[in-house]
Design a protein around this ligand. Structure first.
Ligand code: ATP
Ligand code: FE
Length: 332
């Protein structure tokens, strides 16, 4: 079927058209420049910018896909978790399209969307072990069957992406921090500084708030710290913990495949190490294209299409769910 999806959970206005599992259009209009002067996302500014961009981004996605609006068979939209004001704009637009085109409307969980990014390149054999690492979440989840998730562990404080963003700010590398740290780290030595690996050898929970303090303290004490070395060593510590957790989970869980998702899954060293681990353990690895790791609407279309096939839809309306994630439980 043809699914048009809208994603506005944070600061990207994203619209995608997916036809028979193929991504026909995946438009992401970033608001990054708008929020940059504030050093973070301002919710009211985000909502207003989504509203201002929406019609144009929908039209752009349809034009790029070459698919006529009347060929769209269902509308999918992120219902949460995310910023309430931003979610309301996306859901309102999706409802308008669904009513206007007389098509079913499917509400999609943003974190389930991040998981479904992996399915865009091919079917994922279940059960699967997934590592969801983004700006607001970091969790290890077993996908037991379609739509059946079991939380193994989650961060007790900051998300992995949040740690990248905060350390990038400390290092003066700008926002978003993940890509900036990865780029800076290319010229540095990952073994230059030994940052602590919190909870590495203990259960499945994660913790990333300590390392940013450690980086800040290190910079105060260092005479001439090499930014590249600090970035590379920080990245190494985070990737090492994430891969160690996956490895421990593979020892106790019988799964067919490993799946990664969320913005941090775009990280090169993490992608390499996860692929390596899966190879060594004889399980499959699903590592979505970088453009599908960060927030986008193609992943929402993929999850929405799966739910539609399973018989789910809502035509009359849809409530946003700003704080609940069906994959990992409560948001932070
Ligand atoms: P959530 O999905 O939890 O609601 P979000 O949607 O804001 O949060 P994403 O868009 O999925 O988060 O991911 C953004 C995060 O990913 C940012 O924290 C960013 O720094 C991080 N990130 C992006 N690219 C990379 C990279 N190459 N390496 C590490 N981190 C990265
Ligand atoms: Fe996200």
């Amino acid at each position: 079927g043809v699914v048009l999806a809208i994603e506005t959970s944070c600061d990207d206005t994203a619209v995608a058209v997916v036809a028979g599992g193929r991504v026909a259009a995946n438009v992401v209009r970033s608001q990054a420049a708008l929020h940059a002067p504030f050093g973070g996302v301002v919710p009211e500014v985000a909502a207003r910018a989504h509203d201002a961009a929406m019609v144009e981004v929908v039209e752009e996605a349809l034009a790029e896909s070459g698919i006529d609006a009347h060929e769209v068979e269902a509308i999918a939209v992120t219902k949460g978790p995310g910023l309430p004001g931003s979610l309301v704009v996306g859901v309102g637009a999706a409802l308008g399209l669904a009513v206007g085109l007389d098509r079913p409307l499917i509400g999609v969980d943003h974190m389930e969307g991040h998981l479904y990014a992996a399915t865009i390149e091919g079917p994922v054999a279940l059960p699967a072990l997934s590592l969801l690492v983004s700006g607001g979440h970091s969790e290890l989840v077993v996908i037991e069957a379609p739509f059946r998730y079991r939380l193994l562990g989650r961060t007790r404080d900051d998300a992995a992406g949040e740690a990248f963003d905060k350390v990038a700010r400390i290092l003066g590398l700008g926002f978003p921090g993940g890509p900036a740290i990865e780029a800076a780290a290319r010229d540095g030595r990952p073994d230059a500084i030994r940052f602590a690996r919190a909870l590495r050898n203990q259960g499945f929970d994660l913790s990333f708030s300590g390392i940013k303090t450690e980086v800040a303290r290190y910079l105060e004490g260092a005479r001439a710290a090499e930014v590249a070395d600090v970035a590379a060593s920080f990245q190494e510590a985070v990737v090492d913990v994430l891969v160690a957790k996956l490895e421990r989970a593979l020892e106790s869980e019988r799964v067919e495949t490993v799946v990664i998702g969320g913005g941090v899954a775009a990280n090169g060293p993490l992608r390499e190490r996860v692929a390596e681990l899966a190879r060594a353990r004889g399980v499959g690895a699903h590592i979505p294209a970088r453009s599908l790791c960060a927030d986008n609407a193609a992943m929402i279309a993929a999850a929405g299409a799966a739910r539609l096939v399973a018989g789910e839809h809502a035509v009359d309306g849809l409530d946003i769910e700003p704080t609940r994630s069906l994959v990992g439980g409560d948001d932070h």
